[in-house]
Design a protein around this ligand. Structure first.
Ligand SMILES: Cc1ncc(COP(=O)(O)O)c(C=O)c1O
Length: 406
């Protein structure tokens, strides 16, 4: 709070930051659990968890304590040395992942985890093409961006990104089959598309993708950066389909808010590795790993599949009344990944909800997306759902019946 007397975050960020974010006019100063507070002392129910990062709530005391303790001990230790915090994080993570993946590598973001996966596929197969899905989002570094669909993000870069990636209709097994060939190094998919609008594929799609990739000697990469860590109930979303990819990716909430990405490798995919293949100064640093170990332990001990399913059910019931509104096209729910598709633009509604004290996200022009913390208290879910209903009802009446048709 003392800092605020000296700087005005609105003025300073607008003046000094390169303008690449679409800014919302709220300065978030602190957070506790599923609530955040702004510079004017306003309280918001946070249904964004900072884009799926604060999976166990903001400033979770157990994670804070682990970070503080590690800071006092040592915060930096390059991957060329061994470290106890890193070992603990690896052990805790492997409790969830070792039955699919014997190896993992620690990086710093989702996009870096994707880049590493794509590099692995190119090197492993000696091929040069990737098949991704329309509406996919895999990040914005050059490698990840090439697999991300939205042409807006690639404007002016087409000549660099080239034609390495072919996009298939998401959820369409036949279309995927027609796009994968002997030149395909990997198929990369999100088990549920997040930024693309919370799109849930038909049951069996991931299994079909597994077969299609294997048939052509391509790797299957599942990007679980948004769906993983129990977001949809199971640790990895792919577990519900009884299928395992060659490579899987996590990031966002892995370390409860400290930047970490993880790329997981099957025995076969891991054979490409050799010293120097992928390293990074910060990758697997003790501070991030201490936060990660605490997060994984909490996820194992306190947030079960039932925790997520119970909250998912309360959201489902709380949002049921929305179906009677004319502006609603569809509600899609997978665990605590929720998309409310409107027949009108979602941005004004997102702003209206913020005015009423609820923070939500968009996912494309007409979808309102909710990514709450996995341990959000049930009373906050109920409070948020009734605010959402009232806001949508008033948005609908403000629009009038003519503009809601179609
Ligand atoms: C599915 C998916 N993959 C990759 C990314 C990129 O992660 P990061 O922003 O950490 O680079 C995101 C981010 O939203 C994502 O949702």
């Amino acid at each position: 709070m003392r800092m605020l007397k000296m700087v005005n975050p609105y003025e300073v960020e607008d003046r000094l930051l390169l303008k690449t974010y679409v800014k919302r006019s709220i300065a978030i100063i602190s957070g506790k659990g599923s609530e955040v507070f702004d510079d004017k002392g306003r309280r918001f129910i946070d249904l964004t968890s900072a884009y799926g990062v604060a999976i166990l709530g903001h400033s979770n005391p157990v994670i804070v304590e682990a970070i503080v303790n590690q800071l006092k001990k040592i915060s930096s230790c390059h991957g060329s040395f061994y470290n106890d915090a890193r070992a603990e994080f690896l052990e805790e993570t492997s409790r969830f992942t070792s039955r699919f993946f014997p190896k993992m590598l620690l990086v710093n973001s989702g996009a870096e985890a994707v880049d590493l996966a794509v590099k692995t596929a190119f090197r492993k197969t000696g091929r040069s093409r990737i098949v991704a899905a329309k509406r996919s989002f895999h990040g914005k570094t050059l490698g990840a961006l090439s697999a991300t669909w939205n042409p807006e993000y690639k404007k002016g870069l087409e000549h660099v990104l080239g034609e390495r990636v072919v996009f298939a209709e998401y959820g369409d097994e036949e279309d995927l089959k027609s796009k994968v060939d002997e030149e395909t190094a990997a198929v990369i998919l999100e088990p549920v598309q997040g930024e693309g609008g919370v799109r849930i594929p038909p049951t069996g799609y991931l299994k079909a993708a597994r077969e299609i990739a294997s048939d052509k000697g391509a790797l299957l990469i599942l990007d679980e950066i948004q769906t993983g860590l129990r977001r949809t109930g199971t640790f990895f979303a792919f577990e519900k389909e009884d299928v395992a990819p060659d490579i899987a990716l996590l990031a966002k909430g892995v370390a409860g808010g400290i930047p970490v990405g993880v790329t997981f490798f099957s025995e076969e995919a891991s054979t490409v590795a050799e010293p120097g293949f992928h390293t990074s100064t910060y990758g697997g640093n003790p501070l991030a790993c201490a936060a990660g170990a605490a997060t994984m332990r909490l996820l194992r001990e306190t947030v079960t599949r039932e925790t997520v399913e119970e909250r998912s059910r309360v959201f489902r019931e709380g949002l049921e009344a929305l179906r009677n509104l004319r502006i609603i096209r569809e509600i899609r729910i997978s665990g605590l990944m929720i998309g409310i598709e409107l027949k009108v633009r979602s941005k004004p509604l997102v702003d209206l909800l913020a005015e009423k004290g609820v923070l939500v996200l968009t996912a494309g022009p007409t979808v309102v997306r909710l990514l709450p913390s996995l341990n959000i208290p049930l009373n906050l879910v109920e409070e948020a759902c009734s605010i959402i209903f009232e806001a949508m009802r008033s948005y609908e009446s403000r629009l009038g019946s003519s503009s809601t048709a179609g």
